[in-house]
Design a protein around this ligand. Structure first.
Ligand SMILES: NC(=O)c1ccc[n+]([C@@H]2O[C@H](COP(=O)([O-])OP(=O)(O)OC[C@H]3O[C@@H](n4cnc5c(N)ncnc54)[C@H](OP(=O)(O)O)[C@@H]3O)[C@@H](O)[C@H]2O)c1
Length: 331
């Protein structure tokens, strides 16, 4: 059955300019790392994607290896877009990435030109799209010269396979080198994508201010620390169905430590005083920083997604609240 879109969908979502580019990104983007693979419920996946688009989410974040099975999130995304949203392609920003293990053999991993060029073609075939809006180097791999990886990104743009490029998880020195090479080729880095949330703050010391100073947008992934910044683990138990309980989830049970749970409990008390849930405060806290262009959420259900949208109602924090939050996180 065809989905009827809400004609007022763009009135609900704030959009932010991406660094020095004028491109607008929704404050909340949707990532398809989990919950859109071949092991997941295809009906809920379709509901979530359509619900997101209907709420003004225009940016969908993919990678070659998202699933499981690796590649199946791209396939499912392509299937849903073809079925329900094919006339809305120009309203969407679709990103994909290459750089983690995807296929067997020496070229199915890392950030060589060989890997990126082949992977981009494979991702286009899986999604059925003619081009990606943003194509990323998924990681600095520690061996490939940054120049080689960036030249592949530049050529992907010149071949019309992507409109913009981005980098993810580059250490600061390699991040700066990547920006310089891309700038000199007149294919400036649009986005820098890093893990950033209340409990994972490393980017504050380098990657985040560097992205801002260099004029690239910054997108924060795992803004809820894979679900640990929600109420679900506050009791100290791992609920059935949660990411930490899933055999194929990236969050391992032993990562839900007493220390993390204790910090989430302290943060939850602050959130309650603000009239927000812990997850809503976690997203709002990221968005109160204007250097953060967008937060890429993951969701397992439409209800989780709606709970995240409610965070947009209050992204203001007093200095006292910010200090209290830092103390609760042990910063
Ligand atoms: N560049 C990179 O290397 C990289 C790495 C990782 C992620 N990413 C991107 O970032 C995206 C988001 O990452 P993420 O999935 O880790 O984000 P996240 O928002 O930190 O975690 C999402 C998970 O939190 C739980 N959740 C969300 N809303 C909830 C709510 N209201 N109440 C209770 N639980 C809730 C769900 O897990 P349950 O199943 O437990 O309910 C959901 O799947 C990915 O899809 C991907 O696009 C990029």
């Amino acid at each position: 059955m065809n989905y009827t879109l809400n004609p007022a969908r763009y009135e609900q979502m704030p959009y932010r300019r991406c660094g020095r580019s004028s491109l607008l990104l929704p404050a909340i983007s949707l990532g398809l790392w989990h919950n859109f693979g071949s092991v997941d419920d295809p009906v809920e996946a379709e509901r979530m994607l359509l619900h997101a688009f209907d709420a003004g989410i225009t940016h969908f974040d993919l990678a070659n290896n998202y699933g499981p099975e690796p590649g199946s999130a791209e396939q499912n995304f392509g299937r849903i877009v073809k079925k329900q949203l094919s006339s809305h392609r120009d309203e969407m920003l679709v990103s994909s990435k290459a750089g983690h293990r995807m296929w067997l053999g020496p070229y199915g991993d890392e950030s060589s030109r060989k890997n990126l060029m082949a992977s981009c073609d494979q991702s286009l075939r899986r999604t059925g799209l003619d081009y990606f809006d943003i194509f990323y180097s998924h990681r600095y791999d520690g061996v490939t010269p940054v120049e080689e990886t960036m030249q592949a990104l530049i050529d992907i743009v010149r071949q019309g396979k992507a409109l913009y490029v981005g980098i993810s998880k580059y250490p600061v020195d390699k991040q700066l080198e990547a920006y310089r090479i891309l700038r000199e080729a007149k294919v400036p880095c649009l986005l820098s994508q890093y893990k950033y949330n209340l409990q994972v703050r490393q980017v504050e010391q380098g990657n985040l201010p560097t992205a801002a100073e260099e004029g690239t947008g910054f997108v924060a992934f795992s803004p809820l620390n894979q679900g640990m910044l929600t109420d679900k683990y506050l009791s100290g138990r791992i609920p059935e169905g949660s990411r930490a309980a899933r055999p194929d989830g990236f969050l391992q049970r032993d990562q839900v430590t007493e220390e993390v749970v204790a910090s989430s409990r302290r943060l939850s008390a602050i959130a309650q005083r603000r009239g927000q849930s812990l997850s809503q405060m976690a997203l709002a806290w990221l968005l109160h920083d204007e250097r953060v262009t967008s937060v890429i959420i993951g969701a397992r259900t439409v209800e989780q997604m709606d709970a995240s949208f409610a965070s947009l109602q209050n992204v203001q924090f007093s200095l006292e609240e910010l200090a209290e939050i830092d103390a609760a996180c042990g910063v």
